[in-house]
Design a protein. Structure first.
Ligand code: ATP
Length: 259
């Protein structure tokens, strides 16, 4: 049985954060939570405002790929006002927050696939899309969109059945989305507040990457780079050792990783 619609009051009640999730705007159905979050950010929404939808009808991944987000999953976007220096870390902290919460609430082991897919047993359980508006040297806003498969049957969606998983599928029982959302907002805030204090977010993210040391193909536009994913730089970019021995730096956002 899928949980009832979640209300803002359900989420904010007992939420242990200083600003993330203090304002939640919830919709039964939206095209994309990131689109509404960007609209709210442009209108001056406070940092930490959350847009939540029970389902998305046109959820997006990177490169405008479709993200399936039926009822039973979590679709939310968080509005932040990071500094330009913090911007590249958002992708790391979002994937880290998701991984930590899946472990805490569901007791399941996770992996992170560079740059920010969260996997369970090699299958994708969460997608993250960060969009920002940068003007000159200032960040007007950033929106972190999170799509997490909680209570859904991957087999019901042939497009993703072979590559996706969900928490209920892994556990054999449904989970409280409320508990996961609260955890996500709290972990996001903890990690966000840690950013100015050093590289702990980067280090934990790097240590959880399953991609490092593996042979990968990276497609960027029409070019496909092949090589060994050797390491990551502190801005989150991937350092790829090519067969000719050269090392190239690949910035996330415009690339897809295969294998
Ligand atoms: P990939 O996951 O294929 O390596 P990517 O990281 O660029 O690429 P995203 O842009 O984050 O992917 O997400 C879009 C892709 O995720 C889609 O192309 C589709 O294959 C897959 N997908 C869509 N909906 C879901 C879902 N609910 N669960 C798991 N995977 C999904």
């Amino acid at each position: 049985m899928v949980e009832e619609n979640l209300s803002p009051a359900d989420i904010t009640h007992k939420l242990k954060t200083d600003f993330i999730g203090h304002k939640v705007i919830a919709y039964p159905s939206l095209t994309s939570t990131n689109d509404i979050a960007k609209r709210e950010a442009k209108k001056g929404a406070r940092e930490g405002t959350v847009i939540l939808a029970e389902e998305q009808t046109a959820g997006r991944g990177r490169l405008k790929r479709a993200w399936l987000s039926p009822r039973g999953s979590i679709a939310l976007s968080i509005i932040l006002h990071p500094t330009p220096a913090q911007l590249p870390s958002l992708s790391m902290l979002a994937s880290l927050a998701v991984a930590r919460c899946i472990e805490k609430v569901g007791g399941l082991e996770t992996q992170i696939k560079w740059p920010n897919d969260v996997l369970i047993n090699g299958k994708k359980v969460c997608g993250i899309l960060i969009e920002s508006d940068v003007r000159g040297s200032a960040v007007d806003y950033a929106v972190i969109g999170i799509g997490l498969n909680v209570n859904l049957k991957p087999a019901d969606f042939p497009e993703i059945a072979a590559t996706a998983t969900s928490l209920s599928h892994e556990l054999g029982r449904e989970l409280s989305r409320l508990q996961i959302i609260r955890c996500l907002l709290e972990e996001m805030e903890n990690l966000y507040l840690e950013l100015p204090e050093g590289d702990s977010v980067f280090r934990e993210w790097r240590d959880r990457l399953v991609t490092l040391g593996k042979e990968v193909e990276v497609s960027s536009g029409k070019t496909i780079y092949k090589g060994i994913a050797e390491s990551v730089a502190s801005d989150g970019s991937l350092l790829l050792r090519q067969p000719d021995g050269s090392l190239i730096k690949i910035v996330a956002g415009d690339v897809t990783l295969r294998r």
